[in-house]
Ligand binder design. Sequence first.
Ligand code: 6PG
Ligand code: NI
Length: 187
Amino acid sequence: MKPVIIQPPQVDWFTGAFAHGATLRKSTRIADLAGIFADTAAWHRTDPDFAVYDVEMLESPTGEGELYTGVTHLQPGKIGDEFFMTRGHFHARREQGEVYYGLRGTGLLLLQPEHGRAYLQTVTAGSVHIIPGFTAHRLINTGSEVLSALAVWPTIAGHDYTALASGFSVRVTEANRQILVREVQNG
Ligand code: 6PG
Ligand code: NI
């Protein structure tokens, strides 16, 4: 019998757009990001309906051993002097890692180990980021274009958004047209 040949989903390496596959999409708006940015007054002044980032994911089987594939599209912009960023999270299953691949735009991936110091990696088209287990992660768009990154992670990983209630220990802002990365005490 002839083996079946299936057309797989496609990703456009320049935009991160998916084709030939069923996808799910989730938008995160300014209103969803209460308490994330340092300048609360500036956050209040920003259109609550503005979509800061969208995640488009391929529909995947779930369960032990299965993987999700998704692209995050993070808009350029700032709240006060702080660059737009994702909420950021630990995986609920802390030991589960993830891989990010930069597709377009320029930014930073903030990595914060559960025990240890936060560090950052530059995200550009073609960059590869191995996020170890037990490490919270957040994308930050420091450029003027959309920042898009492809990610692959275990479906069982889940998200824990509450463990970082006091915030990541690094903030990235613009000062005198320069990107300023600084460590902070309580997020
Ligand atoms: C994940 C991935 C990634 C992430 C998005 C949005 O584990 O699902 O890291 O798809 O969810 O970049 O970031 P937040 O989940 O922190 O809003
Ligand atoms: Ni993740």
